[in-house]
Design a protein around this ligand. Structure first.
Ligand code: AMP
Ligand code: MG
Length: 444
């Protein structure tokens, strides 16, 4: 909120001239990604019930007040014994009692004695081994031990997992299933996590209507603002809180009015209006409001007219309007920014090696991101184009598993060439079960 109020209210015409250094048109995509991520900071912390913290990043370490496991316990169903008593087998021992998981031994087995015990149950004092039941006759009052391969084994020592008084998770840990289970196990019902960014989403364009005005699309006068929908989904998917600013018309006044509503956002995503068209006013309106503009052009396709800047404490990413450009630039710039803001130490996307299932070629000297489907073949990931690669064609994006990267300088790549790809969505999954035995170091 504070930061937004620092915007000058009166439009300042002089400032609305956008600086025009040629260098800002020549940023390589990786340099631009690094600048965007370096230009934002991790947000502050909030305290949450652990039950609501899935996917969040710890802002402070969590210490355990208890040992895990809390007692020396049995790794097997069997008989707790002293290893000296099973030095020679077969041997018959007297069974002093049975201890199930959840129960406690009432006495220590003496020489020549054994305690019948179940997995997880506390191992009695004096016993240093649990002989698995399969190596015995299973007796209840007396037991014949036939094999002593378990001598000195199968006792899980107290604290082998977690020692009381030590940190179980460090600041920066991402709370997935294992981490949440660990928090529960050490009694951490509330945790300090980094806040999720509030991400304001503004679509721009006179041609756009929200999805509930589809009648105007049918009448042939408008198109649906699909970017509003894809961006909301991408923001949710990357752990931000979307704030829908709707659709601004291609006028300075409409843009100003809509941008007022971005007050309090950590990140502002605009789509469209960022190019060199006559009605592309986004940068100018931001500049007249005192925004510090960093760059607004990157040597990439799709997505060249991508901008980055800052208005007070709010970061701005100006995404191109074409629906695929919007999504590709979100993946490369907005998702890393959101990840950094929510505390991730690793904000950048993964790339995986893929083998081309067909030849690909591109025109311009730019980094290209092509929509591909991935298949598994003999332990390799095989990439094939999903169709028309025009930046407005969302249907080929809807079929894509990944973005194939053609770095600058690679104009043509033959079938069989190895390139890298950025998996989309949930990572990479397949219709067929994996072949675990395929060559070591393979990717599928
Ligand atoms: P612009 O960047 O404003 O020049 O827009 C480039 C292209 O993207 C044009 O064809 C627009 O109609 C289209 N476009 C812009 N914004 C959206 C949106 N929110 N949803 C769908 N298409 C859009
Ligand atoms: Mg437009």
């Amino acid at each position: 909120m504070r930061s937004w109020r620092r915007w000058p209210r009166a439009p300042d015409r002089a400032a609305s001239r956008v600086p025009d250094e040629p260098r800002r048109y020549q940023l390589d995509v990786v340099e631009a990604m690094e600048r965007v991520v370096a230009g934002v900071a991790r947000l502050g912390a909030e305290r949450l019930p652990a039950a609501h913290a899935r996917g969040r990043v710890l802002a402070a370490p969590v210490r355990s007040p208890v040992n895990l496991p809390p007692w020396n316990n049995s790794a097997m169903d069997g008989y707790a014994v002293r290893s000296a008593d099973v030095a020679r087998v077969p041997v018959t021992l007297r069974v002093v009692e049975t201890v199930a998981a959840g129960a406690f031994p009432s006495r220590a087995p003496g020489p020549g004695e054994a305690t019948r015990i179940m997995t997880g149950a506390p191992v009695p004092e004096g016993a240093d081994s649990v002989i698995r039941v399969e190596d015995t006759d299973g007796g209840r009052d007396r037991v014949v031990i036939r094999d002593n391969r378990d001598a000195g084994r199968n006792v899980r020592p107290a604290g082998e997992d977690v020692r009381a008084g030590t940190d179980v998770l460090a600041a920066g840990a991402v709370l997935g299933a294992a981490q949440l289970g660990l928090l529960a196990a050490v009694g951490a019902t509330e945790v300090d996590v980094t806040r999720q960014p509030r991400v304001a989403i503004l679509s721009t364009g006179d041609e756009l209507v929200p999805p509930d005005r589809f009648a105007e699309v049918v009448a042939g006068r408008k198109i649906v603002s699909s970017n509003g929908v894809t961006l909301r989904a991408l923001v949710l998917d990357s752990g931000g809180e979307p704030v829908d600013l709707g659709i601004a018309a291609d006028t300075r006044d409409s843009l100003r009015a809509h941008l007022e509503r971005a007050e309090g956002a950590d990140l502002l995503l605009t789509s469209g209006g960022n190019s060199v068209g006559e009605f592309d006013y986004v940068r100018a309106v931001l500049a007249e409001r005192g925004a510090a503009l960093d760059f607004w052009r990157v040597r990439m396709r799709p997505g060249a007219p991508i901008g980055f800047g800052r208005i007070g404490a709010t970061a701005w990413i100006g995404l191109p309007g074409n629906p695929v450009s919007t999504m590709v630039t979100f993946e490369l710039f907005a998702r890393p920014v959101i990840r950094k803001m929510r505390g991730h130490a690793a904000p950048f996307p993964a790339t995986v090696p893929v083998v081309l299932g067909e030849a690909v070629s591109v025109g311009a000297d730019l980094t290209h991101f092509l929509r591909v489907a991935l298949a598994r073949d003999a332990g390799r990931l095989v990439a094939r184009l999903t169709g028309n690669q025009s930046s407005g064609v969302l249907s080929s994006m809807a079929r894509a598993d990944a973005l194939l990267v053609l770095p600058r300088g690679v104009r043509d790549a033959p079938a069989g060439a190895t390139l890298r790809a950025i998996p989309l969505g949930d990572g990479v999954a397949f219709a067929t079960a994996p072949d675990f035995a395929s060559a070591a170091g393979s990717d599928a």
